[in-house]
Design a protein around this ligand. Structure first.
Ligand SMILES: [Mg+2]
Length: 235
């Protein structure tokens, strides 16, 4: 029996279900060390972020684009003098990222299992297709989702389309994630609830101010709080 208002739950993957940003931070530290003879760490970090933003329109989100942005930054900060051996090490760190073990966040597997009994679950993530498929397979959580949407970007129209096609419309859906910019703000704009679960590490690009004044915004600290919160959501 179900008299719940919310029928459908969109769930982000990276840093909502499993660790992700920590691998980027670790690689960035290695990258700065590789170029320590040429520039200060802070300067390298700044240039890298600029390159990543510039390249999003060409490569989309994910590790492959990040790797290409590291190479581009290495060429920039060395003014073209970066040795091939350093490029090789950058490529290796990128490949290491694409094979890191999946580490689910606390309370995620058992909470998802519970939620799958009561809601239509849709995984909604951006990033490299291969990498996201690999992580989902390794996580063992794939069976709990009715659908998996690996999208190039997360906009209001993305959420409208997904919740219309898979659930019972955006109004009766909630999107859960750690990125205000990608998971929360556009989902609320689509007419859904946005449930924000902050992660201590979130990419600078993904930060916007929380839309605290909008009625469909919620914030919790732990994934395990979801079943109780969802039961309270109404029009
Ligand atoms: Mg995320």
């Amino acid at each position: 029996m179900s008299s719940r208002y919310i029928t459908t739950l969109g769930i982000d993957a990276d840093d909502t279900l499993w660790q992700n940003e920590q691998f980027f931070r670790f690689t960035e530290t290695q990258f700065q060390a590789l170029l320590a003879d040429y520039a200060e760490g802070d300067h390298i970090a700044e240039r890298l972020l600029e390159a990543e933003k510039r390249n999003l329109q060409h490569y989309g989100f994910g590790i492959k684009g990040f790797t290409l942005s590291m190479i581009e930054t290495a060429i920039e900060v060395t003014e073209g003098a970066v040795p091939a051996s350093v490029i090789e090490q950058i490529l290796n760190t990128g490949r290491d990222m694409l094979s890191h073990p999946v580490e689910t966040l606390p309370h995620v597997p058992e909470t998802l299992e519970r939620l799958a009994n009561d809601y239509v679950l849709v995984l909604i993530t951006k990033g490299d297709l291969f990498d996201q498929e690999r992580k989902l397979a390794q996580s063992g959580l794939g069976e709990l989702f009715k659908a998996v949407e690996i999208v190039s970007d997360k906009s209001a129209s993305t959420y409208r389309r997904i919740f219309r096609d898979i659930g019972s419309g955006p109004e009766r859906a909630a999107m859960v994630g750690n990125s205000l910019k990608s998971d929360i703000v556009p989902a609320i704009a689509a007419g859904s609830f946005g449930i924000y679960i902050p992660h201590e590490l979130t990419w600078a690009y993904e930060h916007v101010e929380p839309p605290r004044e909008t009625p469909r915004f919620r914030e919790i600290v732990d994934f395990a709080e979801l079943p109780t919160l969802l039961g309270t959501l109404e029009t």
